[in-house]
Design a protein around this ligand. Structure first.
Ligand SMILES: C[S@@+](CC[C@H](N)C(=O)[O-])C[C@H]1O[C@@H](n2cnc3c(N)ncnc32)[C@H](O)[C@@H]1O
Length: 364
């Protein structure tokens, strides 16, 4: 198996065919099924009894195949020591679906270090058809992985060492108050959320963040500069999300083009929290994050930042006048995406006063 290809681009079309529960007669039938369900998956899916075999199979070709590569880009935005620490934990895939992020997790581990010993894995999933697809996925890619299914967080066994609870497009289907109460009883080391990049999903993520910080048991590792009040809590028009640039198998990309859906630049909401304990005091975090993509405006490039100022998280807009930049620098800056860590080293070697006209805080 080419683990790096899998971690970067997700499965091939041929692999999806092997994992899908049922075949589709043709592309039109498959695309029709995806379009029928797409809005529900991304926004507010009604929890029906179970997904049908047809829905799960459509999920494999579209969501499973295009979600998988997101994890690698998200991990790359974390400090290296956190990435290494994460990979030593036992992995709990909460709302695992067809084991999308279980596979992504181990593909990232194996592609970096093929000899690393794989920790145990736990899949929380109530849908029997999703479990059937997960069985096919795990049997095809990760036959030797030690993993078990559970119906909910409370039925998980005691874990001896450190653990990561991973929510991949699943918190948006769950009740935040119930999830937080279960988390605080189980005390996992890390909480990893990779949720749809929608305004509704941000609102839910923000409630989760507020409750986690209020418990004084967790700190934010990403995306916030500090585990302090989010400046967007009192704003309606701005919301914080990230973008990742992805590549897919050509046949998967062809299907997305046919549907007129661009999955290559994907919005998402990625948050990582770590338990505060005696041994892991509050970490000093980064200086700030781009919470919108850089805007290439006439004569200037505009950045929207959420920055650490005197220990607080504050919003700030910065403009860099293009006339101060070389063409190469201009191109590099225009590529900055929401979710990229603010890096002063990226700014060219000119004094800040020459370069930046600070506009001050973003208007409320
Ligand atoms: C949109 S799918 C995401 C699947 C996978 N994590 C991914 O990103 O591709 C959400 C999954 O969460 C499961 N789910 C939702 N609420 C759940 C709950 N309370 N307990 C267990 N699983 C749940 C659903 O059955 C579904 O398979």
């Amino acid at each position: 198996m080419d683990w790096l290809r899998l971690a970067t681009m997700g499965p091939t079309w041929e692999e999806c065919k092997k994992i899908a529960l049922i075949p589709f007669k043709n592309d039109d039938e498959l695309i029709g099924e995806i379009l029928k369900w797409q809005d529900c998956y991304n926004h507010t899916r009604k929890l029906t009894e179970d997904y049908s075999s047809k829905e799960v199979s459509a999920y494999i070709f579209y969501f499973f195949s295009t979600h998988l590569g997101r994890l690698k880009t998200c991990l790359a935005r974390l400090p290296l020591e956190i990435q290494e620490d994460l990979f030593k934990t036992e992995f709990v895939d909460v709302g695992a679906g067809p084991a999308t992020y279980t596979l992504a997790w181990y593909a990232n581990i194996i592609s970096r270090n093929p000899t690393q010993q794989l920790q145990k894995s736990y899949l929380i999933e109530q849908s029997m058809n999703m479990r059937k697809a997960a069985d096919l996925v795990l049997d095809y890619y990760l036959r030797d992985l030690d993993c078990r299914y559970y119906n909910n967080i409370m039925s998980l066994p005691e874990m001896g060492g450190t653990s990561t609870y991973f929510f991949g497009h699943s918190l948006n289907e769950m009740n935040v108050e119930i999830v937080i109460s279960e988390i605080l009883q189980k005390n996992p080391t890390y909480l990893f959320f990779l949720e749809p990049g929608t305004k509704q999903s941000f609102a839910k993520m923000l409630s989760m963040r507020t409750l986690l910080l209020a418990s004084n048991q967790y700190q934010v590792i990403y995306p916030c500069a500090r585990s302090e009040i989010c400046p967007l809590e009192r704003q309606k028009e701005n919301w914080c999300h990230q973008y990742v640039d992805l590549r897919f198998d050509p046949a998967i990309e062809g299907m997305c083009q046919k549907m007129k859906r661009d999955r290559k630049r994907s919005p998402l909401i990625f948050h990582l929290y770590k338990k505060v304990s005696e041994n892991s005091k509050i970490q000093s975090q980064h200086e700030g994050i781009h919470f919108k993509n850089a805007e290439d405006q006439k004569g200037k490039i505009v950045f929207s930042l959420c920055k650490n100022k005197n220990g607080k998280n504050v919003l700030e807009e910065k403009m860099i006048l293009k006339r101060h930049l070389s063409k190469a620098q201009e191109k590099q800056m225009a590529k900055i995406l929401a979710g990229d860590i603010f890096d002063t080293r990226l700014l060219p070697d000119l004094s800040p006063s020459e370069l930046e006209l600070e506009r001050g805080p973003v208007k409320k």
